[in-house]
Design a protein around this ligand. Structure first.
Ligand code: NAD
Length: 361
């Protein structure tokens, strides 16, 4: 009998519920295959929680998340809750989880599977073999810096935000990035705007200093504007990219599009302990409840959870291999479908991945 792991599962709203169902099928198959034990604790967040108790992030859900080895999340939001006050909007739950679990590192791998090259808006020769890991700092920078606000001075309005990083904040995200690069092709690119911003100069200095602890990893620096261009013109040069909260927000969405469908991209948010795993997409109210969602982003998020929070790298690789095999076998949900492929819904896609997981060595 393997070790037991407690996972707090928050399906959330819209297709969140559907993709989590498929991810759980894959966890169940893994338990059968390996004897590992997963204790799933289901909780409410987002619009579903607001409807049940008037709070998108109830105290019981926070307790569940704090007590678990990892958090697996679907998505939150939808038109039903759009008119609510900002303080009780479903999205508050995500910010609450990040804050309370102190999740300061957001990891977004961008892989272009050979089978899905046609789904990318870029030319095949540019995207072939793309395997990038973007690491975004998640709890600092201009999104949280003070002072902030809009004030009136001499009869005119002035908007202020403060871009600020402490060296401790930079060092801890840099260490996550160097450690990740060490597990991969040992190349780290740090992205900043040190030519005009002092906080970015400190970022560059501290990342460089931290690099001395990782002499086996090759460190390069690039300005964010240049990186935005190069992600489209020559994405194959990148291995691990580490950057600040705001630059990471923008660059990670740009990089996500290289892969073609938002339904393929997983993510991990890591803190000092524990982690939260979710697809990068939202609740997709336009397709919710119709078995049209692509569950692969969530299934690949499970693989990240196995690797980063549950110390199960072999099992993570097995889940990723099962996803690859399903794509090789021609199964496609509507968002990645092309002529000649086998069109399936979310449930059949989940079944196919679970079946491959059980059958491959
Ligand atoms: P979205 O990601 O939900 O959807 C964008 C488009 O991508 C839609 O056309 C949708 O059908 C499609 N799509 C998304 N995921 C898909 C999947 N797995 N398979 C196939 N197609 C998929 O973004 P949106 O429409 O801007 O937002 C909808 C709601 O979700 C809003 O309330 C928003 O606030 C919320 N949202 C939540 C999260 C989150 O929970 N992390 C993230 C983004 C948006």
């Amino acid at each position: 009998m393997g070790q037991r792991h407690t996972i707090a599962v928050f399906p959330g709203d819209g297709i969140g519920v559907e993709v989590i169902r498929e991810a759980v099928k894959v966890l169940d198959a893994l338990a059968v295959k390996t004897g590992a034990g997963f204790d799933l604790e289901y909780g409410l967040i987002g619009g579903a929680a607001y409807d049940a108790c008037g709070d998108p992030f109830p105290a019981e859900s926070l307790e569940m998340a704090l007590a678990a080895d990892a958090v697996l999340l679907g998505a939150v939001g939808g038109p039903k809750w759009e008119g609510l006050d900002y303080g009780v909007r479903p999205e508050r739950a995500l910010l609450g989880l990040r804050e309370k679990l102190n999740l300061f590192a957001n990891l977004r791998p961008v892989n272009v599977y050979d089978e899905l090259i046609a789904a990318s808006p870029l030319k095949p020769e540019i995207v072939q073999g793309i395997d990038i890991l973007i690491i975004r700092e998640l709890t600092g920078d201009v999104y949280f810096g003070r002072p902030r606000g809009i004030r009136v001075e001499n009869g005119r309005r002035i908007g202020v935000n403060t871009m600020v990083y402490t060296e401790e904040e930079i060092r801890r995200i840099a260490r996550v990035a160097f450690a990740a690069a060490r597990q991969r092709r040992k190349r780290l690119l740090s992205v900043d705007k040190a030519n005009v911003l002092e906080s970015a100069q400190l970022w560059r200095d501290v990342v460089t200093e931290t690099g001395r602890e990782y002499p086996d990893v090759e460190l390069r620096h690039m300005y964010v504007d240049n990186c935005a261009m190069q992600l489209i013109s020559r994405p194959a040069q990148f291995d691990v990219i580490v950057t600040t909260n705001m630059f990471g927000d923008i660059l990670s969405d740009e990089a996500a599009m290289i892969a073609g469908s938002i339904g393929m991209l997983p993510s991990a948010s890591l803190g000092e302990r524990g982690g939260m795993y979710e697809p990068i997409h939202g609740a997709a109210p336009d397709i919710a409840g119709r078995d049209l969602a692509n569950p692969l982003a969530t299934i690949l998020s499970v693989a990240m959870m196995l690797r980063h929070s549950l110390a199960m790298p072999r099992e993570a690789a097995a889940v990723e291999a099962a996803v690859r095999q399903v794509l090789r076998d021609g199964y496609r949900t509507k968002d990645i479908h092309h002529e000649g492929a086998i069109l399936v819904g979310a449930a059949a896609m989940g079944d196919a991945v679970a079946a491959r997981l059980l059958s491959i060595g």
